[in-house]
Design a protein around this ligand. Structure first.
Ligand SMILES: [Zn+2]
Length: 369
């Protein structure tokens, strides 16, 4: 029964995606951004240390909107501006009907472990082979479970059950054509906040969020921090800090806009149609795990068991590099492996084909050109 519902759902999605005007067509002039404050009213989301997710999310969204409201080339659409309940599919409907160019959903994390902390940005996906899959899955299941509060959720979501693993099987099909652009937007948000606000970096990740699946445009979901962690919660209690964070996210949206304005629509469509494997391999992502003035032997015993560490001498420092991939999401996975081994301040670095170091966002952008 569930499988049949799924096939029906997929058929509906594909017919809809043909009917919807391509959102990229609007990107040469105004960028239409949907700001989605998670939860609301009877659905408070998670809570901890005196903070409630629905309030923090709305607060951030309104601040981001205020900042971007001054930009003549950006249009803002809100899914909610007050404390009200809105279903996940309704949020996506608002974005789809507006033919938005980018969907940004704002949430906060909360888990039973008080030590879990940090800022992370999600794009849609399911990758069971990834090292942090179960953790990401837990976050997605928690966020998706809000549909239980909607009347007729079985009908609205085609028999989807947030807590049933088999419901997630066909998830990834839905947003594939927007994945590169979603990753680009997510990486701007993540880089801005981590570089400028020194939050704990949990990276850009993929997880099966229902609200992202239902939109027909590049879409990201931001988890601002863990309300259950005192460091994160104290940060988010400060009005000044929330303004700083809103400013970084607003600037990330501006940066994303200026990136995609450089890309012609024809090239964009071509790159969306083809697998484009040779372009993707033009840039290589690696993980820088440590740097120092002293050269250390790169055997695993010196790096908490991490294998295949390489060393390069650059700017008077020995830099220790782990892993190599042309796939940015795989690089995120390598980053998690390095962090799990205790290299908390690891970060992704990008290199061009001739070995020149480039910014990660430039490498991501080049995939779209
Ligand atoms: Zn949430």
């Amino acid at each position: 029964m569930k499988i049949n519902n799924y096939i029906l759902l997929i058929a509906i999605f594909f017919s809809l995606s043909i009917a919807v005007t391509n959102p990229l067509q609007a990107q040469t002039n105004k960028l239409k951004v949907v700001l989605d404050a998670g939860h609301g009213d009877t659905d408070p989301g998670t809570s901890g240390n005196g903070l409630i997710e629905k309030k923090v999310a709305l607060d951030l969204v309104l601040k981001i909107g205020d900042i971007l409201g001054n930009d003549a080339d950006i249009d803002i659409i809100y899914t909610r501006k007050k404390d009200e309940f809105i279903g996940l599919s309704e949020r996506a409907d608002i974005a789809n009907k507006a033919k938005a160019d980018l969907f940004v959903s704002i949430h906060c994390n909360g888990v039973s472990s008080v030590s879990a902390a940090g800022f992370e940005t999600f794009v849609l996906g399911t990758k069971p082979n990834r090292s942090d899959f179960e953790q990401n899955m837990d976050i997605a299941m928690r966020e998706n479970s809000v549909i239980y509060l909607e009347d007729d959720y079985e009908v609205t979501y085609g028999g989807f059950d947030p807590e049933s693993p088999e419901s997630y099987i066909s998830f990834e099909l839905m947003q594939e054509e927007f994945l590169d652009l979603s990753i680009l937007a997510a990486s701007h948000v993540q880089t801005n906040v981590i570089d400028n606000l020194k939050r704990k970096d949990r990276g850009v990740k993929q997880a099966p969020f229902l609200v992202l699946r239902e939109t027909y445009m590049p879409s990201i979901l931001v988890e601002l921090g863990f309300l259950t962690n005192t460091v994160d919660a104290n940060y988010l209690k400060s009005e000044a800090n929330k303004k700083l964070m809103a400013n970084e996210i607003a600037n990330a949206i501006r940066a994303y806009k200026s990136d995609i304005n450089l890309v012609s629509i024809e090239d964009e469509m071509a790159s969306m149609r083809s697998e484009d494997s040779e372009k993707k391999s033009d840039f290589i992502f690696k993980i820088q795990i440590a740097a120092g003035s002293k050269k250390i032997d790169t055997s695993p015993s010196n790096f908490n068991g991490l294998e295949n560490v390489a060393v390069v001498f650059e700017d008077n420092f020995y830099k220790y590099i782990f892993g190599e991939t042309s796939d940015y999401m795989e690089a995120q996975d390598l980053l998690t492996i390095a962090q799990d081994k205790g290299f908390d301040s690891s970060f992704i670095v990008a290199f061009s084909a001739n070995g020149e170091k480039v910014s990660v966002n430039k490498a991501l952008k080049s995939k779209l050109n």
